[in-house]
Design a protein around this ligand. Structure first.
Ligand SMILES: Cc1cc2nc3c(=O)[nH]c(=O)nc-3n(C[C@H](O)[C@H](O)[C@H](O)COP(=O)(O)OP(=O)(O)OC[C@H]3O[C@@H](n4cnc5c(N)ncnc54)[C@H](O)[C@@H]3O)c2cc1C
Length: 320
C-alpha cells in the first residue's frame, strides 16, 4: 500500500511548513474535465508559496522509495484509469500567478489557469495570449502538450521553461531556453514515451513573448474565440477537447473524417462521439475510462478500415 510507504511526507511537510491539501484515496474524477478516474492513493495540492521546494523534495523522496508520481495541471487532457492511480498525484493547480514581467515577456507559474492568464493579459494590455481564450487547463499542461488552437501553438509564444529535472538523485531547478527544433505539432520535449505516468521533469513556469496591445482589442478577439468554442459545443458535456490529433496527410480535419463515416453519436457505455462534433468524445453522464478507451479504439479501427489513416489519440490515458 502506497499510503503506508509515504512516511517521508511528514518530514517534508515539516521542512516546508506545508500549506495546501493532502487527501488519500481521492477520486480523480473530481479533478478531470472528463469527470472520470478512480481514486489516487495520495493526492497533494501544495500552495503556491511552498510549491517549488515541496515538489523538489517530494519528487526526490518518492523516487528514492520507488513510488510513482503523476503530475497534473487542470486535468483537461487526461483520462485516469477507473482503478485510479497507485502512487502520488501532485496537483500543480495551487501554483498560480504571473511571476516576472519584462517589457516584452512575462512568466506564469505552471498551475495558472490558461483562461485566467488570458484575462490577466487582457487587463494588462499584453498581446499574444488571445488564441488561448476559453481553453481549459493550466500553463504547465499547455506547455507539456504544446497545446494548439486557431493556427497557433503555445511554442509560437514560448521563450523559456523553468523545470525541476532529475539529475543525479535530486530534482534540480533548470531553465530551458526555447529551441524551435524541440517542439512540433502538439509535441514538446517534456512529453514521456509512456502514457505520461513516470514523470521525470516537472514544469515549474514558462516565459512567453508579449507585445503591447489595447485591452479592448484583446478582449474583442478573445470574446470571438470563446463564442466560437461555445458554438462548436466545447462546454456542453464533460470531455477532454479533441480526441485525436489532426494530421495534414489526411487532407481534412479528423472530425470531418469521423463525421463522413457516420460515427457521430456512436456510443460505448456512457461515452459518445459528440453528435455535434466528430472529434470530441463526451461523457454523457456515467462514462467510465474503459468506455472512453473502447470508443477511441473503435473509432480508430473504423477509420483505419475505411481510409487507411492511423489516428493518434490526443487524450492521454493514464496507467493505474
Ligand atoms: C472543452 C475543451 C477544449 C479543449 N480545446 C483544446 C484546444 O483547442 N487545443 C488544445 O491543444 N487542447 C485543447 N484541450 C485540451 C486541454 O485543454 C489542453 O491539452 C491543456 O493544455 C491541458 O492542460 P492541463 O493542465 O489540463 O493538463 P493535464 O490534463 O492535467 O495534463 C496533461 C499532461 O500534461 C502533464 N502536465 C501537466 N502539468 C504539468 C507540469 N506542470 N509539469 C509536467 N507535466 C505536466 C500531465 O502529466 C499530462 O501528461 C481542450 C480540452 C477541453 C476540455
Amino acid at each position: 500500500m502506497v499510503r503506508e510507504r509515504v512516511t517521508f511526507l511528514k518530514q517534508i511537510n515539516e521542512q516546508t511548513q506545508f500549506k495546501g491539501i493532502i487527501r488519500y484515496d481521492e477520486p480523480l474524477s473530481a479533478h478531470t474535465t472528463f469527470k472520470v478516474g478512480g481514486p489516487a492513493d495520495v493526492w497533494i495540492r501544495p500552495s503556491a508559496t511552498i510549491f517549488e521546494d515541496y515538489a523538489a523534495s517530494l519528487l526526490a523522496s518518492a523516487d528514492a522509495e520507488g513510488i510513482r508520481v503523476f503530475i497534473m495541471g487542470g486535468g483537461a487532457n487526461i483520462v485516469p484509469s477507473d482503478a485510479g492511480f497507485r502512487g502520488i498525484v501532485l496537483d500543480s493547480s495551487g501554483y498560480t500567478g504571473p511571476l516576472a514581467e519584462e517589457s516584452d515577456a512575462v512568466s506564469f507559474a505552471a498551475g495558472s489557469s490558461i483562461d485566467l492568464v488570458t484575462e490577466i493579459a487582457a487587463d494588462k494590455g499584453w498581446g499574444g495570449f488571445e488564441f488561448l481564450a476559453g481553453m481549459p487547463g493550466s500553463i504547465g499542461g499547455a506547455v507539456y502538450m504544446n497545446a494548439r488552437c486557431y493556427d497557433t501553438s503555445v511554442s509560437d509564444r514560448l521563450r523559456e521553461t523553468v523545470v525541476l529535472a532529475f539529475d543525479n538523485g535530486a530534482f534540480l531547478k533548470k531553465t530551458i531556453p526555447f529551441r524551435e527544433t524541440d517542439f512540433g505539432y502538439k509535441k514538446s520535449p517534456f512529453q514521456c514515451e509512456e502514457a505520461a505516468n513516470d514523470r521525470r521533469t516537472l514544469i515549474l513556469s514558462a516565459k512567453f513573448s508579449i507585445y503591447q496591445r489595447e485591452s479592448a482589442l484583446i478582449r474583442r478577439e478573445m470574446d470571438a474565440l470563446r463564442k466560437d468554442r461555445e458554438a462548436k459545443g466545447h462546454y456542453r458535456f464533460p470531455s477532454a477537447g479533441s480526441a485525436f490529433k489532426n494530421n495534414r496527410a489526411f487532407g481534412k480535419p479528423v472530425g470531418k473524417i469521423i463525421d463522413e463515416l457516420g460515427l457521430k453519436g456512436l456510443s460505448r457505455g456512457g461515452a459518445m462521439v459528440a453528435p455535434f462534433h466528430g472529434n470530441i468524445i463526451i461523457n454523457t453522464g456515467d462514462a467510465t475510462a474503459s468506455d472512453i478507451r473502447l470508443l477511441v479504439d473503435e473509432v480508430k479501427e473504423t477509420v483505419f478500415k475505411h481510409t487507411g489513416f492511423v489516428l493518434e489519440p490526443e487524450i492521454i490515458f493514464c496507467k493505474e
